[in-house]
Design a binder for this molecule. Sequence first.
Ligand code: PLP
Length: 470
Amino acid sequence: MKDQDLAKLRRELRSVDSDLIAIQARRDRLVSKIGKLKKRLNLAVVDPAIERVAIDSFIASAAKVGIDETYARRLISLVIQRSVETQTRGRRRRITGRDSMLKQLSEMMLRAERKGRRLIRLDIGEPRFRTPRAVIREAKRYLDRTPMMLYGSSAGLPALQDAIAQRLNRQYGTKLGRSNILIFPGGRFAIFASIFTTLSSLDRVAICQPAWPAYESCVAFAGGRILAVPTRLEDHWDIDLTALEETLKLDPKIIVLNNPNNPTGKVLSKNMFGEIMELARKYRTVVLSDEVYTTYSSVPVPSVLEYPDTQSIYVNSFSKEFSMTGWRVAYAVASEGRIARMRRIVETSLTNVPEVIQRAALAALKDTSTDAVTGRNRIRRRLSMACEELRRGDFEFHPPEGGFYVFPRMRRKGIDAEKFSKYLFEKYAVGVLPGTIFGEYPDFLRLAITEPEAAVRTGIRRIVKAMDEW
Ligand code: PLP
């Protein structure tokens, strides 16, 4: 009798499963119809506000019939992913596009250089002055004296963590210790780990744009959604606090700030930064503060570390400050809990950053020579010269207060930055990046001002000429 009961219940279950799949097919048809309509109306596939309503309503329905929120979230996440895939088919994809466009352009320039073409590289975001001598000396010394380089702690070399903590404590009056610091192979990895350990699928991330495209690809990789908070040249790239608050009402888990900003060179004032921190606190949003360009600034740069009661992750790197892009070493600062979670990513995927690199980074922090400062000052002077040159052309821009980029708008009506960048590369051997890599900025170019002075001058003159003949 019991066997018969079980068989009956199983038959019933199979019938429910078949209803489930029939409902999914009905849903697919509906999704497809909506997708066609959106395409005709030129609407984006994902509207974060509508998506949020859908998720909330699904969770509420689940609660009514006694299904827990965690399971409901997993289910709706799966269902929404399927809808997005259905509606994205046949459309131009943008989510991961910007970062790969950046990589493709860099690869194209590298290939041309390998073939012997002499280019003026105003596209590449690296300082290109000599790494401080103390760093190279220490790396050589360490290798000479170390018969075997062994595995190390996934958190980082304790002496390096301590030196970073001391430096930041001195600078910002914080009380950071080793357990708040994690060493990464590059700022990009630190940002990836910060986003990956904070987001769940379909969680939102507010990004002030224009922005370095890696943030978007990290969010896409974690299955999250971008809420763009655009800023405008007309507003001197300041963040519109009302628009930001509206975005924070959509409940993003993280807001990404990059101050000084790549590509605009904007440095947010202390007041503006404080207001943003206030909003982040109000809406309990984690602030991911990318401060890798802090030492390239002509004005004081506020830091998230000055707001210890905000949930935050601070990222900095040796790449830009000490011209160590190829060494791959950076760090994140956060609460002990967050650092422990991020550490699992390092542990799982890399074990640790090689000790010789960390010793070299420590030497950079302890270096009392002026090598790095001289390199950075030289870049700042070049930046002023670049702005003067650009003023002769048909451009408008906000003179950068920090970083080493200029982000000019081309005044010429209807100009397409992607086509113009390609033309500059092909005809004038000048590498630049189109504004579309950083957000919806199709009439902007990003120029990195790190080549020697004469090359920067020639490069910009060629851009001005190319623009005149366009
Ligand atoms: N953050 C910003 C805004 C950047 O532009 C870059 C590099 O271009 C980085 C972080 C990461 O640099 P790295 O991975 O070399 O530390």
